[in-house]
Design a protein around this ligand. Structure first.
Ligand code: ADP
Ligand code: MG
Ligand code: ZN
Length: 483
């Protein structure tokens, strides 16, 4: 049974830095440009050229290291990782090996909580072994019977973030990756675009009998490009390895690929065929020396991170912990929340709209916050309109849906659709009289002491007025007329 086993998972994440130029030359990092447009003798690997380290890439790597609680090495060393591939013109990749820029970090992830049972959420710390800087390779484009090479991506700066084997389930792996991606996006070093490969992950998975210490043999699943697929690939791989062991076999150390269409992992190459990279220090680059002042400056430049935001939302703004976790999980969502909150000064109302209607509609459309038409200021305005009585709560939902669909502001929606709340006693009076006339027996019961019927009358009047009557005014007038 699977439950007699425990999974051990370590993740290697490659994140592309958002520098304008490549890591060792002045070429643009726009790799969607026409093929081989952004290429020079350095990134094309011509003999006799020399790499020059991009200072901005170092700054970004430092920010990432600090935001993941790493210790920064005052001296780190670039190394050549030798292998041959058509899209690697130098015949080696410049990376870092035994002396990376940063080590010994961690990220705290939140797992276990659900919208229904937020109290089950707990924090788990995942160790980060190291962060190193390296260059990306180019891209081979396979045609029918021949292949083309595009070097636009060659030399794009990457950081690789290697986790400790502290992860125990697909859920934890997903939480770690989401958190890491969010943090890198908060500090503006990576755009997080998984489709384009700006944030990609290799998952190392092994299993061991529960209660034992020794790690099992691991398989490495390469380059999975969505959170859901990483989770599914890990899930599949755990089950596969347990089955191998239970049927008397042995897990072999190998690289596997995830096939999302079939939801299986398949062997790509075994460790026997694995490369010996013959790392050695890059002779064309000096060791990277980072001063204390530079580290301090990077620390000061760090923005508020998700955990600090969550603390502020719960302690200062009174937002429930679960809601705060969801909102800070994305920089865009947090920015939306904060702008709307500033526009109306009602943090709890904003959080309720965001957590309720907004996320519901986005989920329904399978869309991300990035695709949102609606302006945060517009939500602030809507909340003020509810407070002032300009729209009723139920009508506000309709207005919100329209804002979500069209991106229009609430005032023009209310005007165009005639949705303004009616507080005019004349119109409400008339509706009440009609309701009383049509429900004589209920009126008699109410007068005989059945107070609960008040809700029924309010409902009937509201219905008559298309939900637009001011409920306060309806209540007051009804009470007067029925007493
Ligand atoms: P390599 O560079 O060959 O991929 P590393 O030792 O650097 O190997 O490890 C890479 C990743 O694999 C790390 O995230 C590490 O935590 C993880 N890892 C190492 N051993 C295991 C294991 N037995 N089971 C699961 N993950 C592992
Ligand atoms: Mg690896
Ligand atoms: Zn170049």
């Amino acid at each position: 049974m699977v439950s007699e086993f425990e999974a051990v998972i370590g993740l290697e994440v490659h994140a592309q830095l958002m520098t304008k130029t490549k890591i060792f030359c002045a070429c643009s990092t726009q790799f969607n440009a026409p093929a081989n447009e952004n290429v020079c003798p350095v990134c094309a690997g011509h003999p006799g050229t020399l790499p020059v380290l991009n200072g901005r890439a170092v700054d970004d790597a430092l920010k990432a290291a600090l935001a993941t609680n790493c210790r920064i090495n005052s001296r780190s060393v670039f190394a050549r990782k030798n292998y041959y591939y058509p899209d690697l013109p130098k015949g080696y990749q410049i990376s870092q090996y035994d002396l990376p820029i940063a080590e010994h970090g961690y990220l705290d992830i939140e797992v276990g909580g659900t919208p229904q049972k937020p109290e089950l959420a707990h924090i788990k710390r995942i160790g980060i072994t190291r962060i190193h800087m390296e260059e990306d390779a180019g891209k081979s484009v396979h045609m029918q019977g021949y292949s083309l090479v595009n070097l636009n991506r060659a030399g794009t700066p990457l950081i690789e973030i290697v986790s400790q084997p502290d992860i125990r389930s697909a859920e934890e792996a997903g939480a770690y990756l989401r958190k890491l991606r969010a943090v890198l996006m908060y500090i503006d070093v990576c755009d997080g675009n998984m489709q384009e490969g700006s944030f990609r992950c290799d998952a190392n998975v092994s299993v061991r009998p529960k209660g034992t210490e020794k790690f099992g043999t691991r398989a490495e699943i390469k380059n999975v490009n969505s959170f859901r697929f990483v989770e599914k690939a890990i899930e599949y791989e755990i089950n596969r390895q347990v089955q191998v062991i239970q049927s008397g076999g042995k897990v072999v150390q190998e690289t596997r690929l995830y096939d999302s269409a079939k939801n299986v992992t398949v062997s790509m190459r075994s460790k026997e065929e694995a490369q010996d990279y013959r790392y050695f220090p890059e002779p064309d680059l000096m060791p990277l020396v980072v001063s204390e002042q530079k580290i301090e400056a990077a620390k000061r430049a760090l923005p508020e991170l998700p955990e600090q935001k969550k603390e502020r939302y719960t302690k200062q703004l009174g937002i429930p912990a679960y809601d705060a976790s969801v909102i800070v999980s994305s920089k865009k969502l947090a920015e939306f929340f904060e702008t709307a909150e500033k526009a109306c000064g009602e943090p709890k109302a904003v959080s309720n709209w965001v957590m309720g209607e907004m996320l519901r509609l986005l989920k329904l459309d399978d869309r991300e916050i990035d695709d949102l038409n609606m302006q945060p200021e517009a939500l602030g305005t809507l909340i003020k309109m509810i407070k002032s009585g300009a729209v009723s709560n139920s009508i506000a939902k309709t207005v919100f849906e329209e804002m979500y669909k069209t991106g229009k502001d609430p005032e023009s929606i209310v005007k165009e659709k005639g949705l303004a709340q009616i507080s005019d006693t004349g119109a409400i009076d008339k509706a009440i009289d009609e309701v009383i006339a049509a429900n004589a027996s209920q009126v008699a019961e109410y007068k005989a002491g059945k107070d609960k019927l008040m809700g029924f009358f309010v409902g009937m009047v509201m219905k008559k007025m298309g939900g637009k009557a001011n409920p306060g005014v309806v209540n007051d007038l009804l009470k007067k007329k029925l007493s």
